[in-house]
Design a binder for this molecule. Structure first.
Ligand SMILES: Nc1nc2c(ncn2[C@@H]2O[C@H](COP(=O)(O)OP(=O)(O)OP(=O)(O)O)[C@@H](O)[C@H]2O)c(=O)[nH]1
Ligand SMILES: [Mg+2]
Length: 200
């Protein structure tokens, strides 16, 4: 089995804060999902999209799958993706992340051990833009049998390698590599900032 061949993109959320389904989010008239796929496809042997609307991906060469454990939030998506993954570790990202940093992904890949690698920010961890091992599938299953849904909380009990904030900021001083567009305001700010950058 390959160690790092798989990337999982989560696209099965409710987008309740944004008000429209974020898997169809467009930036500069282009689907953000397609930009994310393009950015990552040379880095991974397989890309798995875990979606609640598979009919919208017909014709794409990526692997499309759905949650097995439904209505459980992102951990349900990670679970379905890891089960299908061909490699031991998968890089897991969200469909609303426009600034994925490939340099940092490669750094994390080199530092992934045991059950995965994620970034720590004080007591918080960044659950997306992290590597997780297939090994954690049974842990997710037993965790989701309880009422709990928090990725942070689950990871506390697992043997994960953490990259500390200081190191991560060398790659992204303002933390924008973890930006995720949850609200209309997030989207507007992002569009304004990128326009400003491209004008300067
Ligand atoms: N497959 C799958 N993905 C999910 C699920 N819930 C959230 N996600 C994805 O997880 C990522 C992070 O979730 P959020 O940014 O909170 O998105 P969301 O849950 O759709 O948005 P809100 O309803 O506003 O919280 C996004 O890529 C979502 O599509 C789920 O139940 N299944
Ligand atoms: Mg989000």
């Amino acid at each position: 089995m390959k160690l790092f061949g798989t990337c999982i993109i989560l696209a099965g959320g409710k987008s309740s804060r944004m008000g429209f389904d974020k898997q169809f989010l467009k930036v500069d008239k282009r689907r953000l999902m397609y930009s994310i796929i393009q950015k990552l496809e040379d880095e991974f042997d397989e890309i798995i999209i875990v979606t609640n609307k598979p009919q919208h991906y017909i014709g794409l060469s990526q692997k499309i799958t759905m949650d097995i454990l439904k209505e459980k939030g992102p951990l349900g998506g990670i679970h379905a993706g890891l089960k299908l993954a061909k490699s031991q570790y998968s890089f897991v990202i969200a469909c609303d992340m426009p600034n994925i940093n490939l340099e940092y992904m490669r750094y994390m890949r080199l530092n992934t051990s045991a059950m995965g690698c994620t970034t720590r920010f004080g007591n918080w961890i960044e659950p997306f833009g992290s590597f997780y091992s297939k090994e954690i599938v049974p842990d997710i299953e037993s965790y989701l049998k309880t009422e709990k849904r928090s990725i942070n909380h689950l990871l506390m009990d697992l043997d994960i390698n953490y990259i500390e904030e200081k190191k991560a900021r060398e790659f992204s001083p303002n933390w924008d590599m973890f930006l995720n567009l949850n609200t209309q305001d997030d989207l507007e700010n992002f569009l304004n900032n990128t326009q400003r950058e491209s004008c300067s």
